[in-house]
Design a protein around this ligand. Structure first.
Ligand SMILES: *Cc1c(COP(=O)(O)O)cnc(C)c1O
Length: 237
């Protein structure tokens, strides 16, 4: 059974890596500019173990408790990314374990994480989540709001603001992601200019299974892939 799982994962991984390479070529970018975060939120522990064996070291979870539980039972060398909403009361357990939080979506959460990081005397890497498309169902800063609070965020010393994250609207039209991703990149440039180069915001986390190629064409440095990595695997494989 486990050989079957490994073969499927290997095929999926290889095909995603090929598509990443093609997108980078199309966009005139180097392949090592793009980090693949394997999103394991729907995966069984056994699949994740195989994935780690295949060399995946950057894993993403949407729920803080699941991230913490899995981090404790898997290789301590894994870099864990939190990609889903974080409630403030879940932050304390998460901080010592997480490599990067992609989903800082409010000033309140930002301030809370800043305080906790300071108390622990560590610098936590975060991304600011932006609701570019303005859908009411989505978390994230409104772009205009983010520009307004930026002077107050950019001076924080206990958080390393590594960049921005967004999600494109879910539609059948893959191309509808492009203006959203482009807007995120432009917003990053605006924020970087406004900070006078003190905060460079190098990372753009944008692109999932359906739209990562567009993400890469528009400048993504991190893509978050779940379903297409585990395609063909079911709980009863
Ligand atoms: C689930 C999830 C992903 C992965 O989505 P797929 O379509 O399964 O690749 C990426 N980002 C976030 C924030 C998610 O919640």
């Amino acid at each position: 059974m486990s050989a079957e799982i490994r073969n499927l994962l290997l095929e999926n991984l290889q095909s995603i890596r090929d598509r990443i390479t093609c997108s980078c070529l199309r966009a005139g970018r180097a392949v090592d500019e793009v980090t693949l975060v394997a999103v394991t939120k729907y995966a069984e522990l056994e699949w994740i173990q195989e994935l780690i064996q295949l060399g995946c070291r950057e894993l993403g979870e949407a729920r803080p408790q699941q991230l913490v539980a899995r981090a404790r039972s898997l290789d301590p060398e894994i870099r864990w990314h939190l990609i889903g909403h974080l409630q403030r009361n879940k932050a304390e357990d998460l901080l010592p374990i997480v490599h990067r939080i992609h989903s800082v979506d409010s000033v309140r959460l930002f301030d809370h994480l800043a305080k906790l990081s300071q108390k622990r005397e560590r610098r936590t890497s975060i991304l600011l989540e932006v609701n570019v498309s303005g859908e009411s169902s989505k978390d994230g800063f409104d772009p205009v709001e983010l520009l307004a609070v930026w002077p107050q965020l950019q001076t924080c010393e206990s958080l390393e603001i590594s960049g921005l994250m967004t999600m494109a609207p879910q539609t059948d039209q893959v191309e509808s992601a492009r203006p959203v991703f482009r807007r995120l990149r432009e917003l990053r440039d605006q924020l970087r200019d406004a900070a006078g180069g003190r905060v460079l915001l190098p990372e753009l986390s944008m692109g999932m299974s359906n739209d990562f190629e567009i993400g890469i064409e528009e400048g993504a440095t991190i893509i978050r892939i779940g379903s297409s990595l585990f395609a063909g695997l079911a709980a009863d494989v």
